[in-house]
Design a protein around this ligand. Sequence first.
Ligand code: UD1
Ligand code: CA
Length: 460
Amino acid sequence: MKRYAIILAAGKGTRMKTELPKCAYPLLRKPMIAYIVENIQNTGLFDEILVVVGHKREVIRDILGDKVTYVVQEEQLGTGHAVMVCEPFLADRNSDCMILPGDMPLVDTKLIENAIQQHAERRHDLTIVTTKVEDPDGYGRIIRNDSGYLDAIIEHHEATSSQRTINEINTGIYVGKASVVFDALSKINAHNTKNEYYLTDIVGVMKANKDVIGTYFLKESYKAMGVNDLYALSIAEAKLRLNINKELMLKGVAMINPETITIGHNVIIEENVIIHPNTYITGNSIVRKGAQIGPNTEIHESIIGEGVLCRHSLVYNSIVEEKTTVGPFAHLRDGAHIGPKNRIGNFVEVKKSTTQENTKASHLAYIGDATVGKNVNFGCGSITVNYDGKNKYQTTIGDDVFIGCNVNLIAPIQVEDNALIAAGSTLNKNVPKGSLAIARAYQVNKENYIRDKNKDDEKY
Ligand code: UD1
Ligand code: CA
């Protein structure tokens, strides 16, 4: 038997009051919809994932790529309608389907697995995941009969004031037999305050059909938090941040002022790392043992080696090897690969360049499109002049090269091993091995110049 996941992500997210489709909003710099899809995939329990898209569907497609099958819901006529449009995509009507809203980023693999397991064990036609919350405002309420069995789900807008006091809510997650769900959906209507097809109305239809409906009760209610507005987004993000940070701290990652530290969902941080305040480490980044990161540092899609010290800096799509120091105020980007025991210091930018071990650019330098050897010293203010306004050119620097202060290396250029470049030189020719290159005007001292000049001035 096949099992499908159906994720509802076509809604505009009117309550967000902004342009981006709701499910594309990021938490810890990762879009909301990506969490649920990734967690579903990680369970390994599904044959196919269908994502219902509509409003600004291209944004959702950009995020998820070809990991899922897209089902277009042209008009957003409600959650029931969103599931209805999936029917032609389910090749096997005898399959099971799990329906999840795309606006619940805190749903984890454990919740998905447990709901599916209970549904299978109890052989229900439909299992609805419910939970209890302190503030049920906005959620569908779970109405039970005197024996405790589910009677109905009443949407907030349709509920009477006494029903609104019920704090058991519909999480919006369901597992059911596809045939039963689609049969019930064909019988619902949009006669309600919102004129929408409510998925929750299948409960009434199924009960009339004597289908068996069960509920799975979720103890950790925060996991079912639906993000409908930007305030809820901030609360969900804070919860996620806290969970990730706590888990890391218990594994031996020290955090100073952890509420100011943002670590992404896919980041790996090894033990004995210390993270200082106001630091972001996101994307598929890895931080190896003993590194110290922050304060005020951003690391995205990058690998930071053992014992690296990285302070007040930005590192994007780059690799920093062990025992290198980065910052304060350095910027590594676009495939910078810094070798071991380097020093990339104050106000140094490195772009699409590699260095071997023990190379230093301690202050005020730009290294772009360069291949740099070991034991190279970039003096303060040295620059690879890589761009002529149209094209980018390569700089190659060998081992043990000493580059004086304020040197311009006009690319394409090659500086061979052991070369020495005099401060203030602007080079546009290659430098052979072991040479001294000097390219600057000679100094002329005009003696007594100032005194004579003042005398001249007095004449006027
Ligand atoms: C829904 C449930 C409610 C539950 C709550 C849990 C219904 C009628 N109500 O309400 O019982 O307590 O979730 O969070 O199901 N969507 C579409 N197409 C549409 C409409 C919505 O794809 O035509 C998507 C949205 O993008 C969203 C999800 O379905 O990801 C849920 O829709 P939303 O409007 O947020 O439903 P709620 O009002 O929160
Ligand atoms: Ca919602």
